[in-house]
Design a protein around this ligand. Structure first.
Ligand code: PHE
Length: 342
């Protein structure tokens, strides 16, 4: 067979293989076998030098024609295969934009945390700083340092949860934070201390063995009972509405003197008397008083130099009043139908 005939045959073969390649990989294999370094056409082109001078031009021309035409066919086939691959990809990845979207559940803060934040923010706005103390406390901080000696009847006012370690208990209020802060800071002191407190109570609509309190303490020169009243009034209006009034009733706490229980005018009836305030027109929201001089001198402050007020409020109680929740246990049962409402 003459070289020209052979070229003709290679050409037909090449055209057929290239145009029937069904994938880009197959096409590349076909290209290599005809046009690659050892490809059928390349081999002929390389051997042109061995040919006689008279055969060379015709065979050279033919070989180059075959090469070019196979190259053309390859690039055409390549385009076809690429657009086919793209079409297939588009088809596979089709997105149905008419499908309804999936709803994601967004978490949010527990109502108690929201109220704690709200109370804290109000006092931060008044220049207070946030303080914290341990929930597992010593008898010293929970009682003694708060002017509540061992034989003091006030100790039995709270049903304390004791640990097995002598003198160690779950704090019954956030007031021990007052002592811990005063012990390590010099006056003036303006702090707000949110946290958990524990009492040995059987859960019922108004009792929970664990609950939250926010403690406040201000100690400075010339702090008066009027400062306490003004501060609590600002707080009550911010929390329950600008029309609210407060009233202070005499009370007893071992660590404050004088002491008071503080009421806010009923948020439901505005003082007229209704079911929420049991007809009284007032709702009790916190305990407060002037820091007892014994407490001040106990932490090394001079009661002749400085004075202070303190207050403590129950967060669950405030949340219940504000949102008309009638059972404290709802806060701890983790029923999303309840929690998601706030
Ligand atoms: N610690 C008191 C209680 O839990 C509340 C209180 C705090 C009263 C600060 C006066 C001053 O009942």
């Amino acid at each position: 067979m003459s070289i020209l005939d052979k070229l003709e045959e290679i050409s037909k073969e090449g055209q057929k293989e290239v145009s029937s390649a069904s994938s880009l990989e197959g096409l590349e294999a076909a290209r290599v076998s005809f046009l690659g370094k050892k490809g059928k056409i390349t081999v002929i082109l390389k051997s042109l030098g061995d040919l006689s001078l008279e055969d060379r031009p015709a065979i050279g021309k033919k070989a180059n024609e075959v090469r070019r035409s196979i190259e053309n066919t390859i690039s055409k086939r390549k385009e076809e295969l690429e657009s086919k691959a793209l079409e297939q990809k588009l088809e596979e990845e089709v997105i149905d934009i008419t499908l309804p979207g999936r709803c994601f559940f967004t978490g949010k803060k527990h109502l108690i945390t929201q109220i704690v934040d709200e109370i804290t923010d109000t006092f931060i706005g008044l220049g207070y700083r946030v303080a914290e103390g341990p929930e597992v406390e010593t008898e010293y901080y929970n009682f003694d340092a708060l002017n509540t000696p061992a034989d003091h009847p006030a100790r039995s006012l709270m049903d304390t949860l004791y640990t097995q370690k002598d003198g160690v208990l779950l704090r019954t209020h956030t007031s021990p934070v007052q002592i811990r802060i005063m012990e390590k800071t010099l006056p003036p002191v303006y702090i707000i201390a949110p946290g958990k407190a524990y009492r040995r109570d059987v859960p019922d609509p108004s009792h929970s063995p664990m609950f939250h309190q926010v403690e406040g303490l201000a100690v400075d020169k010339n702090i008066t009972f009027g400062d306490l009243k003004g501060t609590l009034e600002v707080f009550a209006k911010k929390m329950f509405g600008a029309d609210r009034k407060i009233r202070l009733r005499p009370h007893f706490f071992p660590f404050t003197e004088p002491s008071a229980e503080v009421d806010v005018s009923c948020i439901m009836c505005d003082g007229k008397g209704c079911r929420v305030c049991s007809g009284v027109g007032w709702l009790e929201i916190l305990g407060a008083g002037m820091v007892d001089p014994n407490v001040l001198s106990g932490v090394g402050y001079d009661p002749e130099e400085v004075s202070g007020f303190a207050f403590g409020m129950g967060v669950e109680r405030i949340a219940m009043l504000k949102y008309g929740v009638n059972d404290i246990r709802l806060f701890f049962e983790n029923d999303m139908r309840f929690l998601a409402q706030f």
